[in-house]
Design a protein around this ligand. Structure first.
Ligand SMILES: Cc1cc2nc3c(=O)[nH]c(=O)nc-3n(C[C@H](O)[C@H](O)[C@H](O)COP(=O)(O)O)c2cc1C
Length: 242
């Protein structure tokens, strides 16, 4: 195959998460193509332990409304973002899933996450002290940043982290395929706490659990889409020899 690896580097490094979309619809044909490209990824014993629920139109709008009402119920609770989700879900006894994301980040990881939050808020002109503006920005997750399509990605429970690894490989191929067609995407862990809201709209086996959502659509010109998240240097993750 005639292929210049420099082209690959510039293509792959030009992808960024999109957090504001045009209402322009994405055709079913394109959705199927990018899912087919996703499926060119390697897979654990080729088991493909993943399912995708494609939400658009009324289905997407109903899920979005449901997420918003749950978010509205918890946003005024005290504490950290995920702490308050946890507190209110417990108190209200609402159905829940994926508790791992309600835990505090481990000390090994918290600095990168804090820097991400700080840099992102500063890029979109929100001060850390402005709780109302921060909550409003977060709530955009629940209308999928205006994207016409939300993909919900489920993994088979029996394979644990290997299913999650398959899903990640699939997701990245899908995201790059979308990028090659001028489409934007943003993976969304924010939607993973309310799996039951998605199950209400789709027939999904109990053997699978929700990993995350991925919003999909044509990016707008909004400044939020020009945020360049920090990318660590290879030396930051390569371990030294003993
Ligand atoms: C599994 C996963 C879940 C994510 N969840 C969210 C989310 O809920 N909301 C959001 O705005 N971004 C989310 N992101 C996007 C990351 O913040 C983003 O990928 C990271 O900051 C690097 O930026 P980049 O994608 O522009 O390179 C998620 C990314 C991944 C891989």
């Amino acid at each position: 195959m005639d292929f210049d690896s420099n082209d690959f580097h510039s293509f792959v490094s030009s992808r960024r998460s999109t957090r504001d979309f045009l209402p322009t619809p994405v055709s079913d044909e394109i959705i199927e193509q990018i899912i087919a490209d996703g499926l060119t990824s390697p897979s654990w014993s080729n088991t493909r332990p993943i399912l995708v629920a494609v939400a658009k139109g009324d289905v997407k709008d109903r899920i979005s409304k449901d997420f918003h009402s749950r978010w509205d119920a918890i946003k005024d609770a005290r504490g950290s973002l995920f702490g308050k989700i946890k507190a209110v879900l417990k108190r209200k006894g609402l159905p829940t899933s994926n508790w791992i994301i309600t835990r505090r980040y481990h000390k090994d990881l918290i600095e990168r996450s804090r820097n991400q939050g700080k840099n992102f808020l500063s890029h979109i002109g929100i001060s850390r002290e402005d709780k109302e503006a921060r909550d409003k920005a977060w709530a955009r997750n629940y209308d999928f940043f205006g994207a016409p399509v939300e993909l919900f990605l489920f993994t088979h429970k029996s394979l644990g982290k290997f299913a999650a690894s398959d899903a990640g490989l699939f997701m990245q191929n899908l995201i790059l395929s979308a990028h090659s067609k001028g489409l934007g995407t943003c993976p969304q862990g924010a939607v993973a706490v309310w799996e039951d809201a998605v199950r209400k709209e789709f027939d999904i086996s109990k053997n699978y659990s929700l990993l995350c959502g991925i919003c999909l659509g044509y990016p707008s010109e909004n400044k939020i889409n020009s945020f360049n998240a920090n990318r660590p240097k290879p030396s930051e993750i390569i371990v030294p020899e003993k």
